[in-house]
Design a protein around this ligand. Structure first.
Ligand code: HEC
Length: 100
């Protein structure tokens, strides 16, 4: 009796953990981004999700974004991912004007 109660209890915890996990995944892919539907955000979504998730501008300060764009440009060149100066400067200014 005690054992079956314990198993049920553990299963309930497992289900709860799974549900919470799914909820947090959903919230990551639907995070609120500034300038919703703008061309610059579209560019960020297109160019900056090829290797990792969509980075939120509030993750870094204006200065940090300056360095990060340089590093990410290197990463893109290493992988032969096409990028133009114009695209990168648009992405950079989007990130910097919405930065932390
Ligand atoms: C070619 C693959 C690639 C592309 C494309 C790419 N990144 Fe990255 N990014 C990486 C890697 C790899 C790291 C891990 C750190 C490192 O090795 O430099 C990273 C780390 C980051 C981080 C790190 C830290 C954090 O806050 O979690 C940010 C921010 C970031 N990238 C932003 C961008 C932005 C903005 C773009 C678009 C301009 C972009 N990335 C495009 C490969 C990429």
């Amino acid at each position: 009796m005690l054992l079956s109660y314990l198993v049920r209890f553990l299963l309930q915890i497992l289900c709860l953990a799974l549900l919470l996990g799914m909820a947090s995944c959903v919230s990551v892919s639907h995070q609120n981004m500034p300038e919703e539907n703008s061309a610059d955000l579209g560019l960020l979504k297109k160019k900056c999700t090829l290797c990792h998730g969509l980075p939120h501008p509030k993750r870094h300060t204006k200065e940090e974004w300056g360095h990060l764009i340089t590093i990410m440009t290197k990463r893109m060149n290493e992988k032969n991912i096409s990028n133009t100066k114009e695209e990168l400067s648009k992405i950079k200014s989007y990130l910097q004007r919405n930065a932390r």
